[in-house]
Structure formats: structure tokens, C-alpha cells
Ligand binder design. Structure first.
Ligand code: BGC
Length: 787
């Protein structure tokens, strides 16, 4: 866990005032830089000490066998693991022959700052070598949002007290040695030497290395070039071999003089292009960056972020820690998705190897809600990636004896990589989630080209899956049996309410799309009978209800199970999956994460307000939040039903997931879904935003801990600005056509440039529900977390 106070609280940056080597791996994740294509963990410039070295390229993985003690038909045989590609961040420093290493000599001060507006990580260290020579080292690095192949570092060293002979050695290093993994199944497999050298070159300051992955056959090029500035000139020398290359700059410096090295690093990779083609691609990117120069890269980065914050900033007055955490989260969401460009958004972004670098439903259900309404192009690109793996999903459905498409639970390149099918392949709900993300995107943007292209393809194939997976019973009711819902402490249930409601929406949307785009539907082989069968299934969808308890059972029979013995579960036995067998979790009433609560959030139209309140309380008492995906959904629903204080506590948990390392695994990368979920908790929770069938509804209400919440949304190309206080909400569209929204159920007509102010009705009075013993969220009071 990261203790309170590790980072200073400030609204636009994350500052670490001293270096704690015990938290190195965590800080490497939270300070990581990425643009969605290239990711650099925040390893110290000199490479060591490190928690976990990491440089990632989105889509670059190695294949590995998935061994089973007892294999079965349809089990995936090959896994995929993100690999640590060539490290281009390395800059080693030698002060009069002694290597700069924070573990030796005296580290007088050390500060790192992640600046959310500049898009840079900067560092300042004052160090005295064991021989007594003091130096100040400063470095600023960025991973460019505007030139997606590029990372760059400005590194400066200055002797203090007396002059010194300085050597700065900038490196490219492939096949870095990685620390062995622990026993936690959520971390990645470690592959030894995944890169086979194909080409190396060193010429003046420039070094280039090209490697191929051994099994997946991907070719990766990395190159670096430098600009050096020292008072009396510096000597420069470069060399390279298969797995490494260095450029060394040396100079004698007097006190007050500085050596400055600017390092440009370019990456490129391909599964198809030849060695010369990859080499040229990398060289072109490098030349462009070098010609552009450091200052221009910095200016472009700021310009990109100015635009992002103008669109996406969420202001939370009254709690600076939440404000910082929200911006930290949005910054990482942007980093994960900004330039992914038709590639996946992995659960950890490109900040660490956790979950093997796989993408899950996290993208569509947690990340895309925020991206769709702030930077819709990034959402479209993520959905295009999903569409690009449709052939894999069609093949997988065939293999499982089903129609349509069965998208993978976890993957990098499109194939199912989950070897644990009860909570992997059986989690068919992901298909309806992808369909909902398509609908959300189309409703929010009106992008007709997408709707008649990838949109209808995705809706059609997922609807076909549901029609073949479910069945009508003798009374005509449609059931979906033997599937796993969002809660992974239950598996293979019948009629999981979340799954059925999401499938229902998916089936109806596919039938609508077939009506709207009949030509494309015909090309996809949809005839009137098929689309009528989707409507029948949707209309007849069975949604279970426990009359005696007055709640929806998560899946059939769930409310009859024995309740987990929370009183006898010790705090250190969480997460439960690391201490109890799944068979026991599966047959008890205990939830890893929100399930019905997600159904109520995403299909709120299917529940009455009373049902929502009762369901929320019932499941609250057995949800242990062993998944980082839970708190944000619980926050949003708690706000809707009127538990505003509890919602605020959950917002804090979601927002601080990584800044406090609440799941104890931030070392493996940040939790992108939880960070994006913070936006959902604020905009969907306290803003009460629900977009249904194109209608935009708000039901805002603030918790005591906030005095004002403000955000913008982009709906059909128009900016809608919303500001909420305890008393009222104001809505403004700056320009464009009139637009209608609903505020707590009342229609409000918005005319461009005219702010409408609407009063906020009081929240219903409700008792705070209880959580499992020991799993209560920390209370946020007076702007901080208690307990
Ligand atoms: C959750 C899944 C999630 C995955 C990746 C698991 O702990 O239960 O719902 O998709 O983590 O974030």
C-alpha cells in the first residue's frame, strides 16, 4: 500500500518529494508515460535500481503454450504475453568514473513530478558520489502524443562544489533481465530473452537495433539519436551489438557548467513488413523528431493536452485530493487510448505487464463511456480494433458450436487467452458489452459511417451469438443458461440478470440496425425471419425475481445459497480468490464485484426506483470488492438511489486505486478501468447522466464533500457544459442547434449560448447500507480518507 502523503496534493500534477525504494515498482506505474502506442514505465534514467523495467508497444506480444493438467475440448492452446521491448530510456551517468546510483553515496534530494498539462515526467536529484563529488541531475521525459513512435528525454548534469569529469552514457537495451514473478495469478508470465537480434547499427550519436519475437514473429525496431551541449564541446562515441547499443558523451565540467543531452527514441513494429521497411520506418520517425527538436516536441505535447483538458476536464471543488486523483485518472485514460489507433486498450494500459498485457471488457464498459463523450475519435478507434478481431470471434463461436461471434475474455491479438474457462470463455456477457459500446458511440456521435459499417457488423454477430446460446422454454420465455456474469465469485449460472438484460438490448439493437441498413443487413445474411427471431428473444427474455425477498437474484437460485461467513473471514484473507477455492466461492452468496448493480446502471430502464434501492442494499452486504472494477459502479448506483455519502466514499476508492495502491498490485500497472470509472462515478453518479436511446438524462446531486462539479460532454458534435452545486445545475451549449435534455425527469430545452439553471430536488432519505464485515469503504471526510 502507498501511504497517505507519498504524493503531495496539488490539482494539476503528481509530485513525489523523496525517493522511497520500497515503492519503486508502484511509482514506476503511476509515473509511467504512454500515448497508447508506446509505453515507458517510470524507471529511473540510470536503469537501476528498478522495481520492474518496462517498455511496451501496443500489440507486441510473444506467444506461449498454455499448459493444462487436464485439457478439454475448445481450451485455448496458446497464450499471449506482452513483452518488455527494447529499453530506450536508459541514461547512465558516471561522475569521475563512479556510476550514479541512488543506493550509493548520498542522495541529498530527489523529486519527481508528473505534469498533467505538460505531459512530462521530470526529475531532479542532488547526489554526492562515494568519493565526495556532488552533482545535480535533472531530466524531463515525454512520450509524444503528436508523434506516436517517439519518446524523448532532456538530461542535464551539473557538478557542485568542484569540477568533475562527466560521462553520460545513453543506451538501448534489449532482453533486459526481469525480476521473477510472484505467485499472484494476476501478474504476467515472464519470458526469458523474447527478442532475437536481427540488425544493429551505430553511427555517430545514432544507434538502431531490430529484433524479432521468436514465436509470434513480430519485428521491432528501436533507434536513438542525440543532441549534446557542453561548454567546451563533448566527445561523442557510439557502438552497438545485437542486444544493446550505447552513445557516450564525455566532458570536463567546472562548477556551474552543464552537460545537456537530448535523446530522441523512435520505435516501430510490424507482423508483416520486412527488415528494411521497419528500419526505414524507425529512421523516418527518428529524423522527424530530431528535426522537430526538443522544444517543439514539448510545445506539441502541451498543445495536445490543452485541447484534451479543454474537452475532458472534470472540476471537483471541495476536495483537492479527489480533484488531483480525477485528473491523474483522466491523464492515464488518455495515455492508454489517445493513440492506440485501432489497437486494444489493455487493462493496465501500457504501464505494466499485469494481466499479461491483455485487454478485457474493461475497455468497452469502463473506459469507453468516458472517451465516447470527451474524445470520441479514440472511442471509435477502440471499437474499430474490436471489429478488426471479429474474424477470430466468429471462428471461436464456431469452435464452441455457436453462431455469430464469441469475443475473447482476454486477448492481445484477438484469440482467446483465458485458460480458466468458467470465468473466461463462459463470461459471454462481454459480447453484449461490446454491442452496448457500439450503441453508445452511435447515439453520442451520430457517426453514420460507423453505424452502417463496423457498427452493424458487431451488433449482428453478437445478436446471433445470443440467439444460438439461449433458448425458448415451453412457455416461450427466453433463457440463457450456464454463463458467468460480471461477478467472478459465481460461475456458470442460469439467467444471470445482467447478461440477460444486456443480451436483450443487444438483440433489439441488432434488429433495429437491420431495419435501418437493410442493404448491409442483407450482405450479412440477415433475413426478416432472423431479425424477427432476435426481437422475439428480446421480448421474451426471462428476468428472474425473488418475490419473497423483493430482489433480483443475480442468477437463478442465487438468493437461496448460503451466505459467505464474513464474520470469520480475516482481513488478510482478501482477495478471497487467493485464499479460498473457487468451488466454495461459487456456491455461496458472495460477490467479487458489482453485478446486478452494473445491470441497474446500464439498463436502469428495466428496474423501478424501489427495486434499485432494495437490490442495492441486498448486494451491498455481500460485495467484497476484490476487483478494482467494483467501487466505481457502486459509487454511481449509490448516488442514484440516494446514498450520497457512500457514493463519495466509493468515488474516493476508485479514484485512489493506484495513488494508494489499494489492491496491492499497482506495481504491475495502473488500473485503467477504475481510473476511467472515476469519471463514471462523477458524471454518471453525481451528475446522474444516463443516455438512453439517444435521450440525454441528468439527475444531479452532490455529496457533502463536494461543493461544485463541472464537466463538458460532446454529444453529436456539440459541447454541453454542465455545472452542479448543491442547490442547482446549469446546462449550456455554446453554439449549434437547440437540444433537449432531461433534468430529474423534466424536459429542458437548451438554446445555444443560453444557460439554463434548474433546481435540484432533495435526495430521498435512506439508511446507509452495510458491507461485509471488514470491507467497508474508507470514509472520506473533510477532503481526506479516514481509516
Ligand atoms: C475482474 C474482471 C476484469 C479484470 C481485468 C478482474 O479482477 O474481475 O472483471 O475484467 O480483472 O481488469
Amino acid at each position: 500500500m502507498i501511504k497517505q502523503g507519498a504524493f503531495t496534493v496539488e490539482p494539476w500534477s503528481l509530485r513525489e518529494a523523496s525517493l522511497d525504494l520500497d515503492l519503486l515498482a508502484q511509482s514506476e506505474s503511476v509515473f509511467a508515460l504512454s500515448n497508447g502506442h508506446l509505453g515507458w514505465r517510470a524507471n529511473l534514467d540510470e536503469g537501476e535500481p528498478h522495481g520492474l523495467p518496462g517498455t511496451y508497444l501496443n500489440g507486441v506480444y510473444e506467444a506461449r503454450p498454455l499448459p493444462y493438467a487436464e485439457a478439454g475440448f475448445g481450451f485455448p492452446e496458446s497464450g499471449q504475453t506482452v513483452i518488455n521491448v527494447t529499453n530506450g530510456k536508459l541514461i547512465r551517468l558516471f561522475v569521475d568514473d563512479e556510476p550514479f546510483d541512488v543506493r550509493y553515496g548520498e542522495l541529498r534530494s530527489h523529486e519527481r513530478v508528473l505534469d498533467f498539462r505538460a505531459g512530462t515526467l521530470s526529475r531532479r536529484a542532488e547526489w554526492v558520489s562515494p568519493a565526495g563529488q556532488a552533482v545535480v541531475v535533472t531530466s524531463t521525459r515525454l512520450v509524444s502524443f503528436t508523434q506516436r513512435a517517439i519518446g524523448a528525454i532532456c538530461y542535464e548534469v551539473e557538478p557542485l562544489g568542484s569540477g568533475a569529469r562527466i560521462a553520460v552514457q545513453s543506451g538501448l537495451l534489449a532482453n533486459e533481465q526481469l525480476p521473477p514473478p510472484g505467485g499472484d495469478p494476476r501478474v504476467a508470465a515472464v519470458l526469458d530473452n523474447p527478442l532475437a537480434g536481427e540488425y544493429s547499427e551505430a553511427e555517430r550519436g545514432l544507434v538502431m537495433l531490430v529484433h524479432c519475437t521468436r514465436r509470434s514473429g513480430l519485428r521491432i525496431g528501436a533507434a536513438m539519436d542525440h543532441l549534446v551541449d557542453a561548454p567546451d564541446g563533448a566527445q561523442l562515441e557510439s557502438r552497438a551489438d545485437a542486444d544493446g547499443g550505447v552513445t557516450t558523451a564525455t566532458a570536463g565540467l567546472k562548477p556551474g557548467q552543464r552537460l545537456r543531452l537530448i535523446k530522441f527514441v523512435a520505435y516501430g513494429w510490424s507482423g508483416t513488413r520486412s527488415l528494411p521497411a521497419v528500419r526505414d520506418q524507425v529512421r523516418a520517425a527518428l529524423t522527424t523528431a530530431r528535426q522537430c527538436g526538443w522544444d517543439e516536441l514539448l510545445a506539441e505535447q502541451r498543445g495536445f493536452l490543452d485541447d484534451f483538458w479543454d474537452r475532458a476536464d472534470v472540476e471537483t471543488d471541495g476536495d483537492t485530493e479527489v480533484q488531483q486523483a480525477v485528473r491523474f485518472g483522466l491523464f492515464h485514460v488518455l495515455q492508454a487510448g489517445a493513440r492506440a489507433e485501432n489497437r486494444a486498450i489493455p487493462a493496465k494500459g501500457l504501464t505494466g505487464p499485469g494481466y499479461d498485457g491483455h485487454a478485457f471488457w474493461d475497455t468497452e464498459m469502463f473506459v469507453l463511456p468516458a472517451l465516447t463523450l470527451t474524445i470520441p475519435d479514440a472511442a471509435a478507434s477502440a471499437l474499430r480494433w474490436r471489429h478488426s478481431i471479429l474474424p477470430h470471434a466468429i471462428e471461436r463461436a464456431e469452435q464452441l458450436g455457436l453462431k455469430g461471434a464469441a469475443f475473447p475474455w482476454r486477448t492481445i491479438s484477438g484469440d482467446e487467452c483465458s485458460g480458466y474457462w468458467p470465468a473466461g470463455a463462459a463470461a459471454f456477457h462481454v459480447n453484449a458489452g461490446h454491442a452496448q459500446a457500439v450503441m453508445r458511440y452511435i447515439h453520442a456521435t451520430g457517426d453514420d459511417g460507423f453505424a452502417r459499417g463496423p457498427g452493424i457488423d458487431l451488433l449482428t454477430h453478437t445478436a446471433r451469438l445470443w440467439r444460438s446460446l439461449g433458448h425458448h422454454d415451453a412457455q416461450g420465455r427466453f433463457h440463457i443458461d450456464g454463463v458467468t456474469g460480471p461477478d467472478e465469485y459465481s460461475a456458470l449460472g442460469n439467467d444471470n440478470v445482467y447478461t440477460n438484460l444486456m443480451a436483450q438490448q443487444n438483440l433489439a439493437a441488432a434488429a433495429d440496425a437491420a431495419g435501418q441498413y437493410p442493404d448491409r443487413a442483407r450482405e450479412l445474411g440477415v433475413d426478416p425471419e432472423e431479425s424477427a427471431s432476435w426481437r422475439d428473444a428480446a421480448e421474451a427474455m426471462y428476468i428472474g425475481y425473488d418475490e419473497a425477498l423483493g430482489v433480483h437474484p443475480q442468477s437463478a437460485g442465487f438468493t437461496q445459497y448460503q451466505v459467505w461467513d464474513f464474520a470469520r473471514t480475516a482481513p488478510d484473507q482478501y482477495p478471497l480468490m487467493l485464499h479460498f477455492p473457487y468451488f466454495d466461492l461459487y456456491r455461496k452468496q458472495v460477490l467479487k464485484q458489482a453485478d446486478i448493480v452494473m445491470a441497474m446502471l446500464l439498463r436502469g430502464d428495466a428496474f423501478t426506483p424501489e427495486q434499485k434501492a432494495r437490490n442495492f442494499d441486498y448486494y451491498e452486504a455481500m460485495t467484497v470488492r476484490d476487483s478494482s472494477l467494483s467501487a466505481c459502479s457502486q459509487a454511481a448506483l449509490a448516488a442514484e438511489v440516494g446514498h450520497l455519502g457512500l457514493a463519495f466514499d466509493y468515488l474516493g476508492e476508485a479514484a485512489l486505486m493506484d495513488l494508494r495502491d489499494l489492491e496491492n498490485n499497482t506495481r504491475d500497472g495502473v488500473h485503467i478501468a477504475s481510473l476511467a470509472g472515476t469519471w463514471v462515478a462523477l458524471v454518471g453518479g453525481f451528475g446522474g447522466l444516463r443516455i438512453r436511446g439517444g435521450a440525454v438524462n441528468f439527475a444531479p446531486r452532490l455529496p457533502e464533500g463536494l461543493t461544485r462539479l463541472a464537466f463538458s460532454l460532446f454529444i453529436r458534435g456539440q459541447r454541453l457544459h454542465v455545472e452542479i452545486t448543491h442547490a442547482a445545475a446549469s446546462y449550456l451549449i455554446a453554439d449549434g442547434d437547440p437540444m433537449s435534455i432531461r433534468h430529474h425527469g423534466d424536459e429542458v430545452r437548451l438554446l445555444s449560448g443560453r444557460k439554463r439553471v434548474c433546481k435540484i430536488p432533495p435526495a430521498p432519505v435512506r439508511h446507509r447500507p452495510s458491507q461485509p464485515h471488514g470491507r467497508e469503504p474508507a470514509r472520506r471526510r473533510g477532503g481526506g480518507l479516514d481509516g
